[in-house]
Design a protein around this ligand. Structure first.
Ligand code: HEC
Ligand code: HEC
Length: 253
């Protein structure tokens, strides 16, 4: 097992250097970061951030700022976790930045959902929310493709089991850091909606053309009047920021 992790890491490191040779802007992985990945993170998150086990989140292609923030929150005790608190406890800021850049540069994967009808329920929630119970469309913050922004996590291709656990933790406020926005969203999801949206997101990877993006964004705007001040037509991360602030101000009102 150890040998396999080591050799796949060696392969991934040589792939990075190939990549770096082709594209000078690719991240340079310090020996210290490579060592931390191989000796600690790879066991659960995989050497490429692909996480073979469904309960460990995929880190590949996740935004570096989001990864770094979560690691600091684990380290400093803001996000409680039996496993990650220990992993992050002695980490230096430079190591965190290196690990974030390493995993962010990896390629995302997705798995097609087996039950297409069930995933269809999730697609509806993801793209249009549930206007009857006040669930906002996930796309309004996480983006049409679920690719997130610098401030917001990528969801596309994430393991459904991990997504479901997090949504339930947000509902119970057991996810202890920055849970205000997602608590308000997740607490309104039923068990079926939670499962369905997680399964749909797990299979999300395709890049939509700008034309289809505009159509998807236009649809909820026409059929669902913005609820609770949420701006459904957000197209840039700046607008997403504004929509989060509007959403929060409605909550505290
Ligand atoms: C023993 C398994 C294990 C190891 C080893 C491990 N992690 Fe984790 N990691 C988890 C689990 C489980 C979670 C989900 C958090 C929770 O609910 O406890 C997680 C969550 C995370 C998250 C948050 C992801 C998100 O989408 O919010 C990041 C970032 C992360 N780990 C990075 C790392 C890094 C970097 C290392 C190596 C230093 C590492 N992990 C080692 C199990 C592990
Ligand atoms: C108003 C903006 C907003 C909306 C709408 C929204 N989210 Fe989020 N979501 C956030 C923010 C902000 C975070 C990051 C919290 C943090 O920094 O810890 C987040 C985090 C998450 C996470 C944790 C990801 C991880 O890697 O651990 C999941 C899962 C999630 N959202 C799912 C959803 C789903 C499903 C929907 C639609 C039902 C949704 N979100 C709608 C703002 C939003």
């Amino acid at each position: 097992m150890k040998a396999r992790v080591k050799s796949s890491l060696a392969v991934s490191i040589s792939m990075i250097s190939l990549y770096a040779a082709a594209a000078p802007s690719g991240p340079v992985v310090s020996p210290r970061v490579a060592e931390i990945v191989a000796s600690r993170c790879a066991l659960c998150h995989g050497p490429e951030g692909e996480s073979a086990s469904a309960v460990y989140p995929r880190l590949a292609a996740q935004h570096p700022d989001y990864i770094a923030k979560q690691l600091k929150d684990f380290r400093d005790g803001r996000r409680k976790s039996d496993t990650m608190t220990d992993m992050a406890k002695d980490m230096k800021d430079e190591e965190i930045a290196g690990l974030a850049a390493y995993f962010a540069s990896k390629k995302a994967a997705s798995r097609q959902p087996g039950d297409v009808d069930f995933a269809g329920v999730g697609k509806f929630i993801f793209q249009r929310g549930n206007p009857y119970s006040g669930v906002p469309a996930c796309t309004s913050c996480h983006g049409v493709n679920g690719h997130g922004t610098q401030q917001l996590p990528r969801l596309a291709g994430q393991h459904p089991a991990y997504l479901e656990i997090q949504l339930k933790e947000f509902t119970k406020r057991e996810r202890t850091n920055d849970n205000a926005v997602m608590h308000a969203v997740a607490a309104k999801l039923t068990e079926l909606e939670t499962r369905a949206v997680a399964i749909f997101i797990g299979g999300l990877q395709e890049h939509l053309s700008p034309f289809r993006q505009r159509r998807l964004l236009a649809r909820p705007k026409k059929q669902t009047p913005p609820k609770r001040g949420l701006y459904f037509g957000a197209k840039s991360s700046n607008q997403v920021d504004i929509s989060i602030r509007m959403f929060l101000s409605q909550l505290s009102a």
